[in-house]
Design a protein around this ligand. Sequence first.
Ligand code: AMP
Length: 220
Amino acid sequence: MHIVILGAPGAGKGTQADILCQELDLPHIASGDLFRQALEKKTELGLLAKSYMERGELGPSEIAIKMILERISLPDCVSGCVFDGFPRTLEQAEALDKALAEQGKSIDKAIYIQVPRKELVKRLSGRRICRSCQTPYHLMAAPPRVAGKCDKCGGDLYQRPDDKEETVKERLKVFFALTLPIVDYYKKQEKLIEVNGNLGIQNVAEKIISVLKPFVITEL
Ligand code: AMP
């Protein structure tokens, strides 16, 4: 099963992808994490993408596509995965479809988590991420049990530099201009599931799982 999670920055893609991956026992493939790992390791691709990330712009698509295709060629993705943050442009969506088709595979469903713009800004400014395992928290809506520490692994929490106000504005602009057209792309393929992302983490997760269940059972 291959599932794409779509949504603006702050819509809860990472949180919902995590829950879904546990439910379906699939790996969580987050392109933003791949970019950040490449940057931390100071690889050529990571350094190339650095300035784009700092400005809240998309990195070059060929880098994103290369990293994702490499990642999904690893054995843990053999029976599928949940994509988070990828594809982000029509070019990436088409490249992903092509690469999967070459292996006789395809995207099964794309889930679009919708959240009003005002709420997105509020969420991003309170977001904190675990430096070790990338689990997201929110200072108000989903605080950790111990301030500044991850509930899962005890790692330090930090604010992503691109969650600062100015960069957030740019990231939202980029989403509505370049990524939103993908919603239509999957709608035309009759793969789109739209979910109200403004209902609280558990309610959104239950909604996603309940709409996916009939398809998962068919797959099995
Ligand atoms: P995210 O963690 O998904 O918000 O991604 C953080 C940053 O990584 C983005 O603002 C982009 O600069 C870069 N990035 C992540 N995924 C992609 C992608 N699919 N295509 C291009 N750039 C990406």
